[in-house]
Design a protein around this ligand. Sequence first.
Ligand code: SAH
Length: 343
Amino acid sequence: MLKQIIQQHIRQYGPMSVANYMAFCLQHPEYGYYRKAQAVGAEGDFITAPEISQIFGDMIGLWLIDCWQQMGAPMNIALVELGPGRGTLSADVLRRWSKVQKQCPALQLDLHLVESNETLREQQKERLWQHEPRWHSDMSTLPADKPLFVLANEFFDALPIQQWVGEEERQVSLTEEGALCFVPQGDVTNETCPAALEILDTLCGRIQRQSGLALIIDYGYDTLSAQNGRTRDTLQALKQHRFHDPLDDCGEVDLTAHVDFAALKAAAQGHGLRASDIETQGMFLQRLGGELWLHKLLKATDDVVQREALGQGWQRLVSSSQMGELFKVLAITPHTITPGGFA
Ligand code: SAH
């Protein structure tokens, strides 16, 4: 259905950019992937770190608490998650914060979720209702009067990218038979993600004005694209945990691209904020003491199946053959603090 809409659009207006094609596939009001699909989780198309192991959210929760203390423990803050999926990361993070809240009854921590997918909003509500979350379609409606503690796990990879073949922007067009195809032919030499930079700009402006921080975790690379002449084509489609043709089954498959962390880091520095090293997820979690946390969790259960799942989950998060190296972490904070987890 969506494919026909796209084909019709191309017949009428000519080829569309890859960015526009991604926006159609992911955000079309009726048939876009993120408007309806049961995307995340073991039964969905892809599984994410918080769904694999609670150690991920536990570590990030503790990391946030440490940063918050370094910032002088402000009593009125907003926890913001961009693209919260099934709400698991926020739930795990808030479980850690509940300990702080007990010791610190004056602490007012509001939960704000930026989410475009109605189905996922329902799932988030089920998971997080006791924290009385507020939902937003974008960042413009987030509170403006308190520090924002922003988490984005596998959010930036879903934003539309532009691709370039030499000087020419790559587009989606129609073959003579009317099938979707890329033009011009040839290797993609560069990718850019204006949507990511726009969001980062807004985010950094907010952090500048209101204080707070952002932790971005995603699969991506850390070399500046401009300095790197190699071919780079990271547009990918995933359906039920397998790679798929990005021009097939429009709106039914998850379309993503790797995140250019160096570009995000440079943009944050341009705002006068402190941008961390671009660290691998494996190193970040190890440095935060994830392994000790694993042993703490193992001690708490005799259940063999649960123990095995805990060990395997941890391995999946940190091992270099799984998520450990492909996934990168970038923390954006004020210069006054030194976030944990980085060298
Ligand atoms: N952070 C979650 C889910 C990642 S999947 C996890 O780690 O499990 C990507 C999430 O971003 C989904 O919740 C999706 O609906 C949301 N999303 C994608 N594009 C978006 C956009 N432009 N605006 C708001 N939410 C978006």
